[in-house]
Unconditional design. Structure first.
Ligand SMILES: O=C(O)CCC(=O)C(=O)O
Ligand SMILES: [Fe+2]
Length: 346
């Protein structure tokens, strides 16, 4: 199953300068390749100036109204934060610790697990890099299922702790996304098959993305992660207490999503946008960097089986999108990035 997903990337190899992150060990100024112009749309600041801390709802999963609150948040913003989610804080901390242990390694060590030009896992720059003229102040490590092969290269005598932590976290994330999807979709009159398609763990696809944004000497001219929507159904992100995530809100511009202790940021991805028949927006977001802190974020992406067919919910009115295999949508996204949705619009 994982192999078929990786196949999508194999069919569309990207050139190596779109794979290797900057050597942050020996970079003291921002090179021209990473300097974004002030007029670049992706880099514009948010326009209101007013703090918007309370805009994005923080929802307690144990609240008796959680279902309604989550449904409303998905419809209005396409994003919310969740607390009391049941994922042990200790595990979240261990993932952060292991991620930091990895990114603290030398550039030489990290490049030993470089993502191959046709691969989808390992160390590398953001996958969207090839769509932008400038590079991002970012290095990432992508895990799909077991990461034992890479971990053995990195820590030949001590790889188990890293693997166990990432395995346990992926399992917890899968449970949480499934729980959230069950709540979210109860808003709609979904059929048993439709619910099953979105929440069945059989053949489902998950990926864990460790993001590292080293402290940056010129944060006002750099971007951690350029604006994008996530491709799958739902993303669960841990910002680890450091501000950086911003979402694009119509009429307001870029709004920071303030880190909340113990909370995950949950956002709607393209597949859920399509599945909801555009009732839920797939939120545009980006990551900013800062001068003093090395920011690490951990994103988990959850989607249905790549072999299944994606169709807008039958009860949500006339379909805005044509039905297609999930695999075909992912291929469109890999090739056309933010143009993919318009290519399947009816
Ligand atoms: O680091 C962040 O806050 C955002 C990460 C993100 O959007 C992603 O990994 O897709
Ligand atoms: Fe994202």
């Amino acid at each position: 199953m994982m192999n078929t997903f990786s196949q999508v990337y194999k069919d569309d190899p990207i050139t190596s300068h779109h794979i290797i992150p900057l050597d942050f060990d020996s970079t003291y100024t921002v090179p021209e390749s990473h300097l974004w112009s002030q007029s670049d749309e992706s880099h514009q600041k948010y326009q209101t100036g007013a703090p918007q801390d309370s805009l994005i709802p923080v929802i307690d999963l144990c609240d008796t109204n959680a279902m309604d609150l989550i449904g409303q948040a998905c419809e209005t913003w396409g994003v919310f934060q969740v607390i009391n989610h049941g994922v042990p804080l200790d595990l979240v901390k261990r993932v952060d610790f292991e991620a930091r242990r990895f990114f603290a390694m030398t550039t030489h060590e990290k490049r030993k697990v470089l993502r191959s030009p046709s691969g989808s896992t390992g160390y590398g720059v953001p996958k969207i890099s090839s769509f932008f003229a400038k590079c991002m102040w970012h290095e990432g490590f992508t895990i799909m299922g077991s990461c034992v092969d890479d971990a053995k290269v990195l820590w030949p005598h001590d790889y188990q702790r890293f693997c166990d932590t990432m395995d346990t976290y992926q399992n917890q994330m899968k449970l949480l996304t499934r729980k959230l999807l069950l709540l979210i979709l109860q808003r709609f009159d979904v059929t048993h098959e439709e619910m099953n398609w979105a929440t069945s763990t059989h053949g489902s696809h998950g990926a864990l993305q460790l993001n590292s944004y080293p402290s940056c000497p010129n944060p006002s001219r750099t971007l951690g992660l350029a604006p994008h929507t996530d491709s799958l159904l739902l993303t669960v992100l841990n910002q680890n207490g450091v501000t950086g995530l911003e979402i694009l809100v119509e009429g307001l511009g870029w709004i920071p999503v303030k880190p909340v202790e113990g909370a995950f940021v949950v956002n709607v991805g393209d597949l859920l946008h399509i599945f909801s028949n555009a009732k839920f927006p797939a939120v545009y977001h980006r990551a900013m960097v800062n001068q003093s802190k090395h920011r690490i974020s951990v994103a988990y992406f959850y989607g249905p089986s790549i072999e299944s067919t994606l169709a807008p919910l039958s009860k949500n009115g006339n379909p805005c999108f044509r039905s297609l295999p999930v695999k075909e949508y992912i291929e469109l996204k890999v090739r056309h990035n933010d143009k993919a949705l318009s290519l399947i619009r009816i």
